[in-house]
Design a protein around this ligand. Structure first.
Ligand SMILES: Nc1ncnc2c1ncn2[C@@H]1O[C@H](COP(=O)(O)OP(=O)(O)OP(=O)(O)O)[C@@H](O)[C@H]1O
Ligand SMILES: [Mg+2]
Length: 274
């Protein structure tokens, strides 16, 4: 592609740059490859949705980006550094993560859950940590009176919000979300999408989100990357990717669910006066 055809986003330094990635689990006869020759670049400010069948390695890919697991081959560069260097201390200041089965610490209050990473640093006075956690609580759309509640007393939507506030406590520029709207009813899911959209705009975040939910995907994504056949087979704007010829895409985007997810946009299109 020549320079005239590349958009400014494509010319920027990627926040995440994955090249030639291979992930092999098991040894000898038991060895199986999850990723092979996988490439993916994510530019600053994007909301990239990562989709793929169950077991195709979406969560493992997020764990590589977090530096929690090491690829067998290839490189994973995050914010200009090898992801492996992010692991451990300081990681949450660079990458926030909302885990797929993102349980909160059940013995900690909402506020203590949110404050966790900052408190662990041990560099700030308790009242500063508390104020910072209260700011994030508000940011995630919760009220100050929720601060003292225990996780068992929260709704599913509130748990997601607390987990989001916890992921953002250190103001990371990159946020990873693994199935953020799974388990929420359509209303809760819409509210969470709205919150993510607002935070993305306010905080200038780059977001990588694994999702099976087409409504969430169409509501938020600037681009979609499809994981199939052990690699990213296509990445681009949602409506372009939906036209790509592959059995998974056919089923995921053009099956009944896909047509339903697209329907509201069509219904809301302005009616031409005749
Ligand atoms: N630490 C590990 N050791 C061995 N195998 C693993 C490990 N982590 C993941 N796997 C395997 O790698 C494959 C990909 O797992 P992963 O959790 O990334 O799938 P996924 O795409 O997130 O699926 P889902 O949509 O169901 O969440 C699975 O077969 C899983 O069992
Ligand atoms: Mg997963």
């Amino acid at each position: 592609m020549d320079a005239a055809q590349t958009s400014p986003a494509e010319r920027a330094t990627p926040i995440v740059d994955i090249r030639g990635l291979a992930t092999v689990f098991g040894k000898g006869d038991q060895a199986f490859a999850v990723h092979q020759n996988l490439d993916l670049q994510v530019q600053p400010g994007e909301i990239l949705s990562l989709v793929g069948g169950s077991g195709t390695g979406k969560t493992v890919l997020l764990r590589h980006i977090l530096g929690l697991t090491r690829p067998t081959r290839g490189s994973v560069t995050v914010l200009g550094q090898p992801a492996a260097r992010l692991g451990g201390e300081g990681a949450s200041a660079r990458v926030g993560m909302l885990f797929q089965h993102g349980a909160l610490f059940s013995a900690f209050s909402v506020l203590d859950n949110i404050a966790f990473a900052l408190r662990e640093l041990g560099t700030l006075p308790a009242d500063v940590v508390r104020d910072a956690a209260l700011v994030k609580l508000r940011l995630a759309g919760l009220a100050p009176e929720h601060a003292a509640r225990m996780p068992a007393d929260l709704s599913g939507g509130m748990i997601k919000r607390v987990a989001l506030a916890r992921a953002l406590i250190m103001d990371p520029p990159l946020l990873l979300l693994d199935e953020p709207t799974a388990g929420l009813d359509p209303n809760g899911s819409d509210e969470f999408c709205e919150l993510l959209r607002t935070l993305h705009g306010q905080l200038g975040l780059t977001v990588i989100m694994v999702t099976h939910d087409l409504d969430t995907l169409y509501a938020l994504s600037t681009r979609v990357a499809v994981l199939a056949d052990k690699r990213v087979i296509v990445a681009g704007p949602p409506r372009e990717v939906a036209q790509f010829d592959h059995p998974f895409i056919d089923h995921f985007f053009r099956g009944e669910r896909g047509r339903r997810a697209l329907a509201p946009a069509t219904a809301l299109a302005p009616v031409k006066e005749t």
